[in-house]
Design a protein around this ligand. Structure first.
Ligand code: 2NE
Length: 309
């Protein structure tokens, strides 16, 4: 696709992420843009991610959202460890409040599929690229594979983000794992419960207690991700999955997503599923008839006065 840079209703430019929409297609792409920190997120990054996901949710022309990381090395390496203090994570515009759990909830409840793309490599060695007269992407990929050093890390809180996504498509250089217990942190929320659902309780214990890293092939085998594709095919394959999803009924997908989550999400899951039922009900002729009857029964205007005490 042709990706056009997008913004949200605030019009304020993004700094920590790149937000794009595919021209003429129902796909949005959100890229964490802090490659110098292996795409670690700070509070400001999370605020921008929340803004972009909100926009993609409200834009009725968007049916599916890709989440990925910028650069050669990582999808996301979790919370920015340089910003940690006794107050949590704090950056220039914040006291210690990372809000990443809010982002996870938002992604989980978003009525459109979110696909983690781990990771799209753009090698930025300009001299190498300009010196060779052939397909740039192939040059990038061959160089990275030959160097045998590149790995698309989805680790720590970045690993949790991919788990919260509905689907994960990984390049064959991707690496997955939790690092929290090594660096004095943990995610005992979705980071534990969703993982246990995905890979089973024993494997989840292994992942958290030992804090090892796993290859894309191992991750696929344990059900942590959906598929592994060669690096050079990653975006192509991810877009192919997006197009297949978009061809199907958005309402069916919306209700299925909330239904697949409902059993794990308790009251909140029930509420999400129930909200979808109401939405569908509002489109029925039965509601229209009720509204007419109700309006006819009201002889005088009724004014609600709501008092905040
Ligand atoms: C990701 C990984 C394995 C990559 O290793 P490598 O060897 O490819 O890169 P390197 O040299 O470690 O990192 C390159 C630069 O990125 C910074 C590094 O400090 C380094 O900076 P310079 O020395 O070049 O200045 N960097 C990497 N990850 C960072 C991070 N998360 N925060 C700040 N700077 C980071 C390797 O870098 C790694 O293991 N990174 C740390 C992963 C980690 O422990 N993340 C936090 C887990 S806790 C969490 O995310 C969390 C949670 O548990 C609960 C709630 C919210 C968040």
């Amino acid at each position: 696709p042709v990706w056009n840079v997008a913004c949200d209703e605030t019009g304020v430019e993004f700094t920590d992420i790149i937000y794009e929409k595919a021209e003429g297609e129902a796909i949005a792409k959100i890229t964490i843009n802090r490659p110098e920190r292996r795409n670690a997120f700070r509070p400001h990054t999370i605020k921008e991610l929340i803004r972009a996901f909100n926009d993609a949710r409200d834009d009725s022309s968007i049916g599916v959202i890709i989440l990925t990381g910028k650069g050669t090395k990582a999808f996301c390496s979790g919370g920015d460890q340089t910003l940690r203090s006794g107050d949590g994570y704090a950056d220039f515009e914040n006291f210690g409040r990372l809000n990443v759990l809010d982002l996870q909830v938002q992604m989980r409840r978003l009525p459109k599929p979110v696909i983690a793309m781990v990771i799209f490599v753009i090698y930025t060695c300009q001299s190498l690229l300009s010196s060779v007269n052939c397909d740039m992407r192939m040059v990038q990929v061959k160089f990275c594979v030959a160097s045998n050093k590149v790995a698309g890390y989805a680790v720590g809180g970045g690993h949790v983000l991919h788990m919260v996504c509905d689907l994960t498509i990984a390049a064959d250089n991707a690496v997955f794992g939790q690092t929290g217990p090594k660096v004095g942190s943990f995610d005992a929320g979705y980071g534990s419960s969703i993982m246990s659902r995905l890979v089973g309780p024993k494997k989840a214990r292994e992942m958290w207690f030992l804090a090892r890293f796993y290859t894309a092939q191992e991750a696929e085998k344990m059900g942590l991700i959906n598929t592994v594709v060669p690096l050079e095919k990653l975006e192509q394959e991810t877009v192919k999955w997006c197009r297949e999803i978009i061809r199907n009924s958005p309402t069916a997908i919306r209700v299925l997503k909330s239904s697949l989550n409902a059993v794990d999400d308790g009251h909140a899951g029930h509420q999400e599923l129930g909200g979808n039922a109401t939405l569908i009900f509002y489109g029925t002729e039965e509601v229209f008839r009720n509204k007419l009857v109700q309006m006819r029964r009201l002889p005088k205007p009724v004014i609600a006065m709501v008092i905040f005490v």
